[in-house]
Design a protein. Sequence first.
Lengths: 274, 274, 274, 274
Amino acid sequence: MCRWLGWSGQPVIVEELLFKPKHGLVDQSLHSRMGVETTNGDGFGLGWYGQGDGPGVYHGVAPAWGDANLRELASHIESHMFLAHVRATTGTAIQQTNCHPFRHGRWLFVHNGVINGFEEMRRELMLAVAPELFAGIKGSTDSEVLFHLGLTFGLEEDPVAALERAIGLVEATAEKHGIENAIQASLGVTDGERLWAFRYSTEGKSRSLFVSAEAETVRELYPDNARLQRIRGEDRIVVSEPLADLPGVWHEIPESTVLLVQPGPDQQRPFQPR
Amino acid sequence: MCRWLGWSGQPVIVEELLFKPKHGLVDQSLHSRMGVETTNGDGFGLGWYGQGDGPGVYHGVAPAWGDANLRELASHIESHMFLAHVRATTGTAIQQTNCHPFRHGRWLFVHNGVINGFEEMRRELMLAVAPELFAGIKGSTDSEVLFHLGLTFGLEEDPVAALERAIGLVEATAEKHGIENAIQASLGVTDGERLWAFRYSTEGKSRSLFVSAEAETVRELYPDNARLQRIRGEDRIVVSEPLADLPGVWHEIPESTVLLVQPGPDQQRPFQPR
Amino acid sequence: MCRWLGWSGQPVIVEELLFKPKHGLVDQSLHSRMGVETTNGDGFGLGWYGQGDGPGVYHGVAPAWGDANLRELASHIESHMFLAHVRATTGTAIQQTNCHPFRHGRWLFVHNGVINGFEEMRRELMLAVAPELFAGIKGSTDSEVLFHLGLTFGLEEDPVAALERAIGLVEATAEKHGIENAIQASLGVTDGERLWAFRYSTEGKSRSLFVSAEAETVRELYPDNARLQRIRGEDRIVVSEPLADLPGVWHEIPESTVLLVQPGPDQQRPFQPR
Amino acid sequence: MCRWLGWSGQPVIVEELLFKPKHGLVDQSLHSRMGVETTNGDGFGLGWYGQGDGPGVYHGVAPAWGDANLRELASHIESHMFLAHVRATTGTAIQQTNCHPFRHGRWLFVHNGVINGFEEMRRELMLAVAPELFAGIKGSTDSEVLFHLGLTFGLEEDPVAALERAIGLVEATAEKHGIENAIQASLGVTDGERLWAFRYSTEGKSRSLFVSAEAETVRELYPDNARLQRIRGEDRIVVSEPLADLPGVWHEIPESTVLLVQPGPDQQRPFQPR
């Protein structure tokens, strides 16, 4: 059911987080320890801010662990903010247009989870998308529709309020159809400056989601770890599963919570669909 | 804008029609002579009736001319009825779910042409699809939506009447939006027993479409052509472009006309969207 | 390190063995229980004898579990003899030319295992291939070179003697280079009439390999299993891992042994590289 | 038979040269005007120097005109030196390992052309590759073998002398086999600082190759062309076909000649295989 990783901080070569850590995201594509599925081999995506206008997006349908181009890009792209995602399909086709992150203007969106009964509700949810945004839906996933519902409700102005409404709509629609546990959603959203990480599920048993501790804490905890000693300032990693067994480094984001990573103090607050 | 070929008749190894003729469909993928584009390199599809239940479908995103698997399948699949299609996208993604033929139950559908202004009308046309068929739309093409509109209007009972209504709806929607020349459509539809070939465009200047002459005529015209001497009984080829320069072998299907190839005498009649 | 399956017997629709059994080969691509790796997601191949001349081959680079075309082919191809293979690369590229089965004329060849130190020995082993066969090496795997060594030593006349010499050469070359445990090899070879299954490794701890029991035995053991009741005559399945937990149905092929499945009584004899 | 483009100069976003010119390289993939084939749809490659260590390489098997990832990378990668290549296979498989540029350490290599009779000479030419470089040959093209012959003869020290020897060896081998017109070769070679462009063929009728004029000349010729006004200093484009019909901007590189683009005055001298 997917794993994702977000980075916000000093510019880094992407492979530092995808490939080099012992349990980096690409390793998670083959050996996930906390996911519903151990294998996330149904495609990969990377969205990054760096050179050129707006975010760039690379979508691959091959498993991340064997994608030669991904390895090249990861070792030759530097970014201060990126989202990466490995996919385990819940049934929809393995194609680039179904790979995360989804993009709209300057915004990127990744989702780990599922809308239950999506096939049954797809038409109704797509109808709720603003007509002028409809043509932007290129694939067939529940995640892309959720993103467009968010955009419909003003994600570009207030991501939290917009996704509360979008998920509220999904839950209301599911209830109407008699579908239980409407949604599982670990979400990452960014505009290149700020990064929102959401952890929510209708049943209150959400997919795991972690954020790295303050730079200073990390450095003090592991004075002999060369990689961690390079962490500084406001560097933050958000990830579905810890990249390594490092007690003290990873803080679980609580249930029904949204974390905002931004310049200055980060914020955490309850997330309540309506 | 795509090229297609349909075969109805004695069981043949598929490559006899795709690869072996001088100007077979795979050659047309690289060197189309009558198409809007000379290159149809944005994917390929084959749907056939033979072993197993219902039609099998092979969809490839690589150009037909270089697809090693297609060459294998074509030389190892025998079928009495098949549709093959080479694609030149008018903008939608190159992915298997956008490759023709589309399938519903025992039915196959191919389209050469375009719905003009589709991006603008997509939402409205998708809404007109019967809700219970909505989940069957897996890709993002105009062609697949057209097929589902046909199914909505009863294609499985009466393909001609259903597609007259479907295309009529497209034209009415286009008119409402001030879009001219709503549709270009050379269509192939089959249930494995009968094959319908439609040639229609709003502006009355439709893509080319040809059907082969009666077996006896073909054999008499070319007594020294070994391949053509094997044509017999009710064998029929329908194709966007003649497979070779053989005067007398290829009859153009007229404008605004549908041809029904079936056991017993074939039928041809006007096609009038409403 | 790959898993494979061979069928010899009455004509069957391929999916009966790849997809339908509880632990069929496609399930093994995602959840292997006896392999060195649990995931075999680096490509797939099917070689079959049926319609058309000689064996057809389908090679896919996507994981078998998510390959829509594979599902189509498996449900629409009938064959009395086929080899299927799911790949877990030991380092060489994921590309169609590296997918098994490899083919030469009427012959198919699959390999589960590895030549240790292949990168170091590749040039030397390729030089040992008969010059007229050299151009037939299209990919970069150890397996394809092993097949061509077998062909060089007369595989088409006597597969067992030829592979004893080929593997003997690999072992001698490894010894010269100071490489231990030269080869792991569970091999399947067929000409469409007979099927050879080899189990051998230099260290004497070979990958698992099983053959199904006589049809009568299978039917008597499981009188209520509809699928197994259809087994008859000389039907045989050879497979890296049992397709289901059915005590009595699967016989392990012993170490350093080759099994020949053929019309009439099968044969089993020691396999001794020289 | 391929088309290629090299850039050396100020850092540019890659799409400025691949996509934006009227007849940029991606347009040449679909509508080549000077090539042997009009379609170069059998894969694409980009090698660039920028962020990260050494050159990055992106290889795609889809036609360049329809590759969504290529469009993303081109608009988000900035580089002062890159080589791009669109492929039309002369028979070898369409796979990433057959895509140009080939890389060795800091070096990149592209080839437009063919070694005639390569299948017949492949074994002999591969044997001439230094054993320690043999494992670096990952694909099956003539071009990659030519590159490795160049490396064998010291390409990293003196590219011109090394390729004179490599091509001389190819010609001598062809002569021994009675093969005429041994090689067609428009070659691009770079170490990230300097760019060598070779134009040579045994028969003296080489594929076209052009270099852009001095920046000052270009700006004076087209004072109203905003793109060309940005050309400055030592910026140079080397390309198989002019990117636009701009008299005075494109100088043909003569037959049997190698051009060296470098900091300071460029050099041009005869190229004579031995």
